[in-house]
Design a protein around this ligand. Structure first.
Ligand code: NAG
Length: 342
């Protein structure tokens, strides 16, 4: 029942019926990575770019009520003069999770003895994928994919709804006499009602959901889930929640700044939080399985039919020695070959 290949002798393998240990030789992972994952990634980045820097997707033109107080807040100036300028927000959104994941992975790789159960992938005798590198690439790759997805979702929402910012009428500068506005109850549907700077008017039509709020909350939730699920060291009982609360407060602060500076309504910010948080929670729980090593579900084995050779028992307690050049043997359950991809 148990067939061990010669190379498997170095590594203790749990033995149970119908298990076969074999080399983790994966020739499909490189073409799969190149031609599927990278193409999807490139498409996501391209779509985010088109939303962000071109007018490929024209914004929906909404009308407005004359003298509407909700949209008549003073123009707060360009985004760069905000208290949470895009440069700062985007740098933090990129840097904090990257640094946290790098620190966490390197720490758990060198500290844990049995933690990093990731397999070294052997591809066609030429390339060896270090498990540490695999995990870092996977978590950061999924993170950046989610970042671009959040950008796309937020931009798509803004373009489709065309909801205006609180300072819309200040940027629009409608000529109320020419539009014949008499009372605040009058609704203006005129497409060319705005006399202000067309670029400012265009960006004042993109408000729902708030992209800054979505990105910062996405980043915060992803990092918080990483910290809570990975850091299992004792003595971090207060450090973990402190770090998580700081990150969440920073994300909420970005939303609050957006509202107080009249750049977004509060419901835009809440919608942004929901978008970013939902994408982060989905990616963490469904795509990268809560940052756990991709283990194959192994049923509890029944008692072995024949006694284990006594020499195999002390091997089970040996700590793992991780070497990128070591060809590892794994337990691979039949029928689940795809749980190792990425
Ligand atoms: C507004 O429209 C009226 C009537 O068309 C025109 O007389 C006036 O000069 C316009 N005001 C501005 C600021 O363009």
């Amino acid at each position: 029942m148990i067939d061990r290949q010669p190379s498997a002798q170095r590594r203790p393998v749990r033995s149970f019926p119908a298990a076969r240990s074999q080399l983790k030789t994966s020739t499909y992972i490189v073409p799969c990575f190149l031609f599927v994952e990278l193409v999807i990634m490139a498409g996501t980045v391209l779509l985010a770019y088109y939303f962000e820097y071109t007018d490929t997707f024209p914004v929906h033109i909404q009308g407005f009520f004359c003298f509407d107080k909700a949209y008549s807040k003073p123009y707060p100036g360009p985004e760069d003069y905000s208290k949470a300028p895009p440069v700062l927000v985007y740098s933090l959104v990129t840097a904090i999770p990257t640094v946290t994941i790098l620190i966490g992975e390197v720490t758990s790789f060198f500290v844990k003895t049995e933690g990093a159960q990731e397999k070294t992938i052997v591809t066609a005798d030429c390339c060896y994928f270090n498990p540490l590198l695999r995990r870092i690439v996977r978590f950061l790759g999924v993170y950046s994919f989610g970042l671009f997805t959040t950008t796309i979702f937020a931009n798509a929402g803004q373009v489709v709804t065309g909801n205006q910012t609180p300072h819309f009428l200040s940027a629009c500068k409608p000529n109320y006499t020419a539009l014949g506005c008499q009372s605040p109850l009058q609704y203006v549907t005129e497409q060319r009602a705005c006399m202000g700077n067309p670029f400012l008017v265009m960006s004042a039509r993109k408000s729902f959901p708030s992209k800054d709020a979505a990105l910062s909350f996405y980043s915060a939730i992803y990092t918080v889930m990483y910290v809570t699920l990975i850091f299992r060291t004792k003595g971090t009982r207060l450090m973990k929640p402190t770090l998580c609360l700081v990150l969440l407060s920073l994300a909420v602060l970005v939303g609050v700044v957006r509202v107080t500076e009249h750049r977004n309504h509060w419901n835009d910010v809440v919608a942004g939080f929901v978008t970013g948080g939902a994408i982060a929670a989905f990616l963490v729980s469904c795509v990268i399985n809560n940052f756990k090593p991709s283990k194959i579900e192994i049923p509890i084995p029944p008692p072995p039919l024949r006694p284990e050779p006594p020499i195999g028992l002390p091997l089970l307690t040996l700590p793992r020695v991780e070497s990128p050049l070591e060809k590892l043997s794994i337990i691979q359950a039949p029928g689940l070959p795809y749980s190792e991809i990425t």
